[in-house]
Design a protein. Structure first.
Length: 214
């Protein structure tokens, strides 16, 4: 099941701000984010996300048409299991009271404290959780099942895998050789002198250590 965070705010730059703040989490596929610019749009997205795990719904209070306070009971009725946090630029006592009495989980004030918001999200989504590795395993299993029925394709895949291991081994060998060649260089020497030192170091190694035999 996918994990979704829904943000309702009529300001056009809110989506860019949230995606920037949670860019690493989005790239790691910990969760997805959806955005609505009105209360009606938020309700439609809540209905569309019936199969997703919403954590949480974030809504600005001051929006044209349906306000966040009006959206709150409708969102709770549609998804009573999902916490709703309201956002406002005016964190006065009366607004806070109305939000909490209406069933809001919390009232966030602008500018949003993203450190506190991230902490709340981390409590709901384990830090190491990601759909990415699961999907990779499913793709790999599907490919292995598909190619197992074709011996020639399987042989080709094995050859590619062996070539990749060979390339990795050669990269490690060259890294080791470069480290050993460093003492042959003095500060200010040209690239030519460096490569001469590298060649000297390569010749000093036994043939069996310089090349990977398949």
């Amino acid at each position: 099941m996918s994990v979704l965070i829904l943000v309702a705010d009529d300001e056009s730059d809110v989506e860019d701000l949230f995606r920037q703040q949670f860019r690493r989490d989005l790239r790691a596929d910990r969760f997805t984010m959806d955005f609505a610019q009105s209360g009606d749009g938020a309700l439609q997205r809540i209905r569309d996300a019936a199969g997703a795990s919403l954590i949480p719904i974030l809504s600005d209070i001051n929006m044209p048409g349906m306000s966040g306070l009006e959206l709150l009971p409708k969102a709770k009725a549609a998804r009573p299991d999902v916490p709703v946090n309201l956002i406002t630029a005016y964190g006065d006592a009366d607004t806070r009271r109305k939000a909490l009495e209406g069933g809001a989980e919390a009232l966030l004030t602008k500018p949003i404290d993203f450190v506190a918001l991230r902490s709340e999200i981390d409590n709901r989504v384990p830090r190491g959780w990601s759909r990415g590795p699961l999907r990779a395993r499913l793709r790999r299993t599907h490919c292995e099942h598909m190619f197992s029925a074709c011996p020639r394709t399987r042989t080709l895949l094995d050859a590619v895998s062996m070539a990749q291991r060979c390339q990795q081994q050669q990269t490690l060998e060259m890294t080791s050789i470069r480290r050993q060649a460093t003492p042959h260089m003095r500060s200010g020497q040209s690239d030519l002198r460096f490569h001469q030192g590298l060649d000297t170091c390569c010749r000093s190694k036994p043939q069996s250590e310089r090349f990977v035999h398949l």
